[in-house]
Design a protein around this ligand. Sequence first.
Ligand SMILES: [Zn+2]
Length: 279
Amino acid sequence: MTAVSMAQVVAAAQDAGAGLGAFNVIGIEHAEAIVAGAEQARLPVVLQISENCVKYHGALEPIGLASLAIARAAAVPVAVHLDHAASLSLVEAAAGFGFGSVMFDASALDYAGNVAATAALTAWCHERGIWVEAELGEIGGKDGVHAPGVRTSPEDAAAYADATGVDALAVAVGSSHAMLTRDALLDFDLIGQIRARVQAAVPLVLHGSSGVSDAALGKAVLAGMAKINIATQLNKVFTAAVRERLAADERMVDPRRYGAAGRNAVAAEVARLLTVLQP
Ligand SMILES: [Zn+2]
């Protein structure tokens, strides 16, 4: 297979009545593990790189090109996506490197500013065949913002999607970024109401899905969520495996030894989570 467009992987998941797993890359081991897990499950997947990940590496190019290369070599369809980009120059860089999909996060602006900036960015991306995801109703837990009570109204979601022309919409329905426990209470009725109001061609995206239980992830897909973003859960699994490996051998110094333990654990968790998203 090759790296494919976001439209292709979203359509494949929707045709199967399933959710599409979108997992955040931190280092190259994450990208390798996410693709290995998708290959084990024989399901499409999204590799996503956030602006925070780019800041960690100092630039998009090294981790972005590595992720694209890993996607191209995969045995299943893999889309590569820029996640939570607030910077226009980063979106332009991603477009230049061949990313087919971006999330533009204008949630720091007021509503009118958000709509204007997102509509302009979307038009620019569509001229280049790039899929655009945006967010309405700030999803808590990122950059010090804690707003687990925030909810997206169905009317606002429909109006925002129409006004901006985005391809996918992230909505606030009870999840919150960076949760270490999986006990977020999703509002399934609200998901259904938003799904009924937003035009059908615009898939809904669940952010902060690491804080959602397996059972609730399946219910969220059935209620209408299409793309399921998971980051923290993989970091928990990676770090636990590395910690266990290092504790078992205090003389271990080769990063390939404990890195492989983390990578194997993440691959197994990705395969498991992708199966959870096939309710
Ligand atoms: Zn997010």
